[in-house]
Design a protein around this ligand. Structure first.
Ligand code: CP3
Length: 345
């Protein structure tokens, strides 16, 4: 079977490979001059996301330049709120802004899950294009934000350092908060399922703000919604591979998340001790991570030695090499080449 030969799929099937496959979070992005050129043709970031030809082009750019083992669909986790009827715009240099959801009235103003395709169909077209155009050995990854992370943006109307508005809503309006989580969860299942129909071979759940959920809130709002997404997707698509990224979880949180959700791979952030990941997490599941993305800015000997240290530590089990978080706009594209060389040599 053709897909069986792809390195990422082999790692996700639990195979220990001599050299780990590689891709990077935010691999299509502002550190690449060709990305900036295409983005300026599109006009702005959201127009780029909703333009299948240009979104396909920027997804392919890092594959052409570096030969990564996976391409990740070019889109954003905030397209789901937009498809549900929230207003969304990006302020240059500041990040996303959304109309806020904090009351029953706000919740009632959102559209139905079954209607999100009216907005999201260009994204499925991008996935179809990519599935045709990618090299045979390259795995196509689709994604969505996890319900908690998406909810933090919908409640605050923007990114927040500590997710305080969402944490406060859990306390002050638990029913509204839970209804919002359920709605995002259902929309996410629908959205990812359509990405898989269009050709995504792997999907990744980005819970970028999972670390702010302490104690049993982590289980309740990160693990349990992810578990539901995983089980519903597997019911509809038995062969789908799923990566979970509960960024900033505790060691215990990462282990419980892996066990409870049954994801095929857990992505870990740079704060996780790699030897601990090898000794414990990798015994349960494939591990993806976790080079500190700031090393792609600073480069030097440390970039090479840290890349090799991660590969070495995770060499006795299934591993996909990646960063601890997305590559930043100030990264040097040459350093990415050095990182790949360090991993593959
Ligand atoms: O990884 C990839 O290359 C695929 C595309 C992708 C983007 N965003 C493109 C993007 C993915 C998987 C995301 C996920 C995403 N988006 C997350 C979860 C992962 C993470 O980084 O924690 C979050 C929290 C968002 C929300 C979001 N989108 C923010 C907060 C911002 C602004 C911050 C910034 O870097 O400017 C975005 C914008 C965004 N999403 C850009 C890209 C390439 C930059 C847009 C631009 O070109 O100006």
């Amino acid at each position: 079977m053709k897909t069986k030969e792809k390195l990422i799929i082999r790692a996700l099937n639990g195979e220990t490979l001599n050299t780990p496959p590689i891709w990077m979070m935010r691999q299509a992005g502002r550190y690449l001059p060709e990305y900036k050129a295409t983005r300026s043709i599109a006009g702005d970031f959201l127009s780029l996301c909703y333009n299948p030809e240009l979104a396909t082009e920027v997804t392919l750019q890092p594959i052409r330049r570096y030969g990564f083992d996976a391409a990740i669909l070019f889109a954003d986790i905030l397209l789901i709120p937009q498809a549900l009827g929230a207003k969304l715009w990006f302020v240059t240099g500041e990040g996303p802004r959304l109309s806020t959801i904090t009351s029953q009235k706000d919740l009632d103003s959102l559209g139905q899950v079954g209607d999100i395709d009216a907005v999201l169909s260009p994204i499925y077209k991008t996935v179809q294009n990519l599935s045709r155009e990618l090299p045979e050995k390259t795995t196509l990854i689709g994604f969505a934000g996890a319900p908690w992370t998406v909810a933090t943006y919908m409640i605050a109307g923007r990114g927040t350092p500590d997710q305080r508005p969402a944490l406060d809503l859990i306390k002050s309006q638990p029913k509204i908060f839970d209804a919002l989580i359920d709605k995002i969860t259902d929309a996410t299942i629908h959205y990812m399922s359509r990405q898989i129909d269009a050709g995504a071979e792997v999907v990744k759940i980005f819970d970028s703000w999972a670390g702010s959920l302490k104690g049993n809130l982590f289980d309740r709002y990160s693990t349990i919604p992810a578990k539901k997404i995983v089980s519903e997707l597997r019911e509809r698509h038995p062969n789908i591979k799923i990566i979970g990224f509960p960024r900033g979880a505790t060691n215990e949180g990462y282990i419980n998340y892996a066990n409870e959700t049954g994801v095929d791979c857990v992505a870990i952030d740079s704060s996780v001790d790699i030897q601990w990941a090898a000794d414990y997490l990798q015994k349960i599941t494939c591990v993806q991570g976790n080079l500190d993305q700031s090393l792609l800015v600073s480069g030097g000997e440390k970039l090479t030695s840290e890349s090799k240290r991660i590969v070495e530590a995770l060499s006795k089990g299934p591993h996909i090499f990646n960063l601890g978080h997305g590559i930043t706009p100030d990264a040097d594209p040459e350093n990415v080449t050095k990182m790949i060389h360090a991993v593959r040599s």
